[in-house]
Design a protein around this ligand. Structure first.
Ligand SMILES: [Fe+2]
Ligand SMILES: [Fe+2]
Length: 269
């Protein structure tokens, strides 16, 4: 069966009039179920782009949260308010941990709503760090095994102390296809090589396409070269936190197998 992926929120607004670009990520997967991956940075951008792209909040069967950062969860409250029924939300159990950044000043970078507030608006959380299939052909990666470098950022605030945040809540969505899998990552904090390897091992199939933020902005050349040499995927749709310079590096080295993302881009598998 055909799978369609529509980019709903991304840093670049793309080419169609009326779509908003904003720092963040959200994509709609249409398979046997409709799954929204992340909600972008705020409700205004998410709902405006959904309207322009002809996506009704009521039509979404599941929301999958790749991780808790505000640029992926900021539209959640408005999405729930725009719907009548309840919404099943798949995320990691650590999604509500208090997360902060110190630069340019101390600021909260986690999910900007409480679990109670979201549940009162219709959220039904399914929290698991194990991989599982939640809709036909659509899997949560579970917590991602890390065997090489990651791209973790920020700090956890625990008992008044700051601890470096490994961003353990970072997960990917996997679409199971006949001869390969498609992997959607939000920010790629687990490291894009780890994410691809974890998904391939879990599903015992090659990665046909990798879509989302690769978190390579300001990455050193040895990391970029490791990606060029060792990222096993037929096609790379790299956007959001990939960074313009790092995207250019990958494009120069790997050619047209690397494509940029923008709001309104449709990927058909
Ligand atoms: Fe992000
Ligand atoms: Fe992030």
């Amino acid at each position: 069966m055909r799978v369609t992926i529509t980019i709903v929120v991304e840093n670049h607004s793309g080419f169609k009039k009326g779509l908003y670009g904003a720092h963040g990520f959200s994509a709609l997967v249409e398979h046997k179920a409709k799954v929204l991956v992340d909600t972008g940075v705020d409700g205004e951008v998410l709902l405006k782009n959904m309207t322009e792209l002809g996506i009704s909040p009521e039509d979404i069967d599941y929301l999958f949260l790749t991780h808790s950062h505000y640029d992926h969860t900021g539209g959640l409250k408005s999405l729930l308010e725009a719907r009548r029924g309840r919404l099943k939300i798949i995320a990691h159990p650590a999604v509500f941990s208090k997360r902060v950044a110190l630069k340019p000043h101390l600021r909260d970078i986690g999910i900007p709503f409480s679990r109670e507030e979201l549940e009162s608006l219709g959220a039904d959380f399914i929290l698991s760090n194990d991989p599982f299939q939640f809709a036909e052909g659509i899997w949560s990666s579970g917590e991602i095994e890390r065997s090489t470098w990651d791209r973790a950022v920020g700090y956890l605030l625990k008992d008044g102390k700051l601890i470096r945040d490994p961003v353990k809540d970072d997960m990917a969505l996997i679409i199971d296809g006949k001869d390969g899998i498609t992997v959607i990552t939000g920010c790629g904090h687990s490291g894009i090589l780890n994410i691809a390897r974890h998904a391939q091992k879990l599903m015992s199939k090659p990665v046909k396409a990798l879509i989302g933020g690769f978190h390579l902005a300001s990455a050193k050349e040895d990391i970029l070269e490791d990606v060029v040499q060792n990222l096993k995927a037929e096609k790379l749709y790299a956007g959001h936190c990939t960074g313009v310079e790092s995207f250019s590096y990958l494009r120069c080295k790997l050619g047209k197998k690397v494509e940029p993302l923008h709001v309104g881009k449709i990927i058909e598998l």
